[in-house]
Design a protein around this ligand. Structure first.
Ligand code: TRP
Ligand code: ZN
Length: 876
């Protein structure tokens, strides 16, 4: 356990570091159970931190300390104090060289922080506070230092990597290899990385805008060497894009990427040596789905973009995490929008935000984009910090315009290059470069919760005046009862009866961004010769909920006519939500369920519309998820949600059968696979049709899935067909498809993860006993987060039906697994428990059962700081 007594850290207690580190020399002798670490630090009193020479406090966790010396003199153990989480030693001079020797145990490190072994490959993960599990160090991002690293390893680890440039290599007297790396850029310890293993690599090169040659390398185990091409192409596109859009060039002569099977998150932006979860970098058409291709493109870009937004300019402290993550997610989202369909990318991101981030913002762990306190920082790598943080940056972009935003980012990078800074510094640069005041806008960083906009309107036909009245409120969140009004950019337009945008002013502007700054505000427009229909929050211009009393007819109209593609989709979702809410009411009241005819006809016309991007059609045809439905009301009636959504899906499938089949047939071609946007779009619509068709349960449509499964030449089609059979086929058919799929792909880790996830997230197939059986499968590994996320996470997060089983067995199961996992990997345990934390919103027994499951975790006693924070905060 990292921390015996979890304690709370507050932003208001921030103090500059007492000492700075100018250079670090690290020396590793790799051994599975006893790696020797020698570190030599050139330390200097921080002139900005006050007078005198206070004791030097270093962070260190689970380290075996061997020796300490200062300026070459051994310090006797009686002179320093070893603490559970560090080391304290007296200081005699304002500048000195500290040398520390310690031992660590990578083989037994299942937390996957610090130095650990993954399939006989050594690798590190230091963000946020993992470096302290390698050696004693001031492990905080405002201490930036130049690192030199020597790795000594036996010959079975021929590839030895660290940050920066290789400056020496050779053989030791006892026949081991060594390599020395030097990183010319000062960096915080969280960006340190080391990799050692028997790895192969693919290589390419990139010429920067100023004509420098950069060597690009992607390292993997030999068996995966054929799965690196897509990541390499994505990397080169990202490098070009950052030059074109932000004027940012890469700064070292080499950029390396390593794929690792055991990894807590998606990937890590270590300087010059990005480390990736294998699932987020390796792909081939035969083994990876389209969504995997797109995920890889965006994550490769995300980590690359961190080189500027995160590494060159880094965070002063971890409360500022969104400074790098919100900005970098915004950058990668814009990159993906430029590479693919902008509207579809936006829809995907907003769907994620509305379901998971809105739920987080309404739950017990709700926190501002810049939190005020935390017990364990790993718990704050959240949708709020990442996705809502990106929305906040996007709003600045909307307020300043593209050119203004670029002026701001240029000033930000210029002013703060090589520094550790705050969210305030980011906004200040945006303000100063544009001469604007973002004073009120800053509340987005400090106030949690999702604002709600109540919109009403009035039209006076005599004068031609139209008035939009907007009221904003924001619900209370833990520790924040009252909120002040936000500065909200609301993009909008007005539609006339012919479906065209009406002019909003004398200049003929058809779209405007309203600046909402007060609790209640009215905006007036004149010269309107007919009553307009407002299209509100176009492109989702702010992370808020908009309430306006649209009628079914008005939504159908917006779905057909809105010039904003995002809002056409949004209208389809509002329409479906209305229908699903009606079905839930009918179910509760014991009425016969019947699907609104208008919804069926709206879907039919979308399906028949050949002018729309097929990917957009697929999005418009997809019903809001159970999670989205759960997020809507004050209380969650899980059973009504399950019944209503299932009914609607099956009713749509029956009613649209012929259109779905025609569309499926039209798009089911023999084209060779390409992961380009147009082809991905066609496959997504085709497979959306197939999923609906399978939901009818009819034998002839399941036969289609069987055929597609048999003939598929790419994983997108193969997995979609398999999902159809597993979700709707009879037991024997599903089992035989699953078996043959396993037989074919058992050697491929990424495909097997998909195979696990598809089963445990299936409402029909993924019953608890099946999920337990999957955990007994030889390919399952509790120490591998991807396997845990696929099987247990698939059940808890993506199998709404079985997780919410009325006897509470799903909750008890997750609680039981969380307790076991906490001993191995606290970060993963603390994430897996999240679906249990929303117990207060659930109606009846389910809520109580969830609470009991949480309490049972608490009652086991000794929890990690990670898990303790989430469980204790959600039990209050
Ligand atoms: N900085 C990483 C990113 O790109 C996040 C990350 C990777 C991380 N691994 C981690 C955070 C381990 C905490 C713990 O978003
Ligand atoms: Zn990131």
């Amino acid at each position: 356990m990292k921390d015996a007594q979890p304690h709370t850290v507050y932003l208001k207690d921030y103090r500059a570091p007492d000492y700075l580190v100018d250079t670090v020399h690290l020396h590793f002798e790799l051994q599975p159970k006893a790696t020797l670490v020698r570190s030599q630090l050139k330390i200097r009193r921080n002139p900005e931190a006050g007078e005198g020479l206070p004791p030097l406090q270093l962070d260190g966790v689970e380290l075996e300390l061997l020796s300490v010396s200062i300026d070459g003199e051994l310090v006797p153990a009686s002179r320093y104090r070893e603490l559970p989480d560090g080391l304290s030693l007296p200081v005699a001079a304002p500048e000195f060289v500290l040398e520390i020797h310690n031992r660590i145990n990578p083989e037994d490190n299942t937390s996957l922080e610090g130095l650990y072994l993954s399939n006989d490959m050594y690798c590190t993960q230091c963000e946020a506070e993992g470096f302290r599990k390698i050696t004693y160090y001031p492990d905080r991002p405002d201490v930036m230092s130049r690192f030199t690293t020597t790795i000594v390893a036996p010959r079975q680890y021929p590839v030895l990597l660290s940050n920066g440039n290789e400056i020496a290599r050779g053989t030791t007297e006892d026949g081991r290899q060594f390599v020395t790396w030097e990183d010319p850029f000062a960096k915080p310890s969280y960006l340190f990385a080391l990799v050692a293993g028997d790895l192969q690599h693919v290589e390419d090169s990139y010429t920067t805008a100023s004509g420098r040659q950069v060597k690009l390398q992607i390292f993997t185990e030999a068996k995966n060497i054929g799965k690196c091409d897509h990541a390499m192409r994505s990397l080169k596109k990202a490098m070009r894009w950052d030059e074109e859009v932000y004027g940012r060039e890469y700064d070292l002569d080499i950029f390396m990427v390593v794929a690792v099977d055991h990894f807590n998150m998606g990937a890590m932006e270590n300087k010059g040596l990005n480390i990736f979860n294998s699932a987020c970098v390796l792909a081939s058409p035969e083994t990876a789905t389209d969504s995997a291709f797109q995920r890889i493109e965006s994550i490769v870009a995300h980590e690359y973009f961190h080189n500027w937004s995160g590494n060159r300019v880094t965070c002063r402290d971890w409360f500022q995490l969104s400074l790098k993550e919100g900005f970098t997610v915004f950058r990668d989202a814009e990159f993906s929008a430029d590479m693919n369909s902008r509207a579809v990318k936006r829809i995907e991101d907003v769907s994620l935000l509305r379901t998971t981030q809105f739920a987080e913002d309404a739950g017990p762990m709700a926190h501002p984009v810049r939190p005020d306190s935390y017990m364990e920082i790993s718990n704050f790598y959240t949708l709020t910090v990442y996705e809502k943080g990106a929305e906040v940056v996007r709003m600045i972009h909307t307020l300043l315009g593209g050119a203004g935003f670029r002026k701001g980012s240029d000033l930000y990078f210029e002013r703060h290059d090589g520094r550790a800074v705050t969210c305030e510094d980011f906004i200040k640069a945006m303000e100063d470069a544009n001469g604007v005041d973002l004073g009120q806008f800053r509340r987005w960083y400090s106030q949690a919760g999702t604002p709600v906009l109540e919109v009403t309107d009035a039209y006076d036909s005599a004068s031609g005046n139209y008035a939009l009245t907007i009221k904003q409120t924001c619900p209370a969140t833990p520790g924040q009862e009252k909120k002040l009004p936000f500065h909200i950019p609301l993009a909008f337009g007005l539609l006339g009866a012919d479906g065209r945008d009406l002019p909003l002013d004398a200049a003929g502007t058809t779209q405007m961004v309203l600046q909402i700054t007060e609790a209640e505000q009215t905006f007036s427009f004149s010269g309107l010769t007919e009553r307009p229909l407002p299209s509100l929050l176009r492109g989702f211009s702010a992370p808020v909920k908009v309430r306006y009393g649209y009628s079914t007819e008005q939504l159908l109209f917006l779905m057909r006519c809105d010039s904003d593609e995002f809002n056409r989709w949004d209208a389809s979702q509002r329409l479906a939500l209305m229908a699903l809410e009606q079905l839930q009411r009918d179910y509760r009241e014991g009425n016969k369920l019947q699907l609104q005819a208008e919804l069926v006809e709206a879907y039919r016309s979308v399906l028949q519309n050949r002018d729309l991007d097929p990917a957009l059609v697929a999005e418009m045809l997809s019903l809001p998820s159970e999670q989205t439905l759960a997020e809507q009301g004050e209380q969650i009636d899980a059973e009504a949600i399950i019944v209503a959504r299932r009914f609607a899906r099956e009713a749509l499938a029956e009613a649209l059968h012929d259109d779905l089949l025609a569309c499926y047939r039209r798009l089911h071609t023999e084209k060779p696979y390409s992961p380009d946007a147009a082809d991905i779009a066609e496959r997504s619509l085709k497979n959306a049709c197939l999923a609906y068709l399978c939901a009818t349960g009819r034998a002839d449509t399941l036969l289609l899935a069987q055929e597609q499964f048999r003939d598929a030449a790419n994983m997108t089609d193969s997995a979609a067909a398999l999902a159809g059979l597993v979700n709707h086929g009879d037991e024997a058919v599903a089992q035989s498809a699953l078996d043959s799929f396993y037989q074919r792909w058992q050697q491929d880790t990424q495909v097997i993860e998909l195979w696990f996830g598809l089963q445990s997230s299936s409402a029909k197939w993924g019953k608890l006993d099946k999920v337990r059986a999957l955990m007994q499968h030889p390919a399952f590994e509790l120490k591998n987060p991807n396997k845990v996320r696929a099987v247990i996470g698939g059940f808890a997060n993506r199998n709404f039906t079985q997780f919410h089983c009325s006897d509470g067995s799903g909750f008890a199961f997750v609680a039981e697994q969380v307790v076991v996992l906490d001993k191995l990997n606290p970060q993963i345990a603390a994430r897996l428990v999240i679906p249990l934390t929303r117990w207060k919103k659930y109606l009846g027994e389910l809520g109580l059962q969830m609470k009991q499951a949480l309490q049972s975790i608490m009652d086991t006693g000794k929890l990690s700081a990670d898990l303790y924070e989430v469980v204790s905060k959600s039990l209050v």
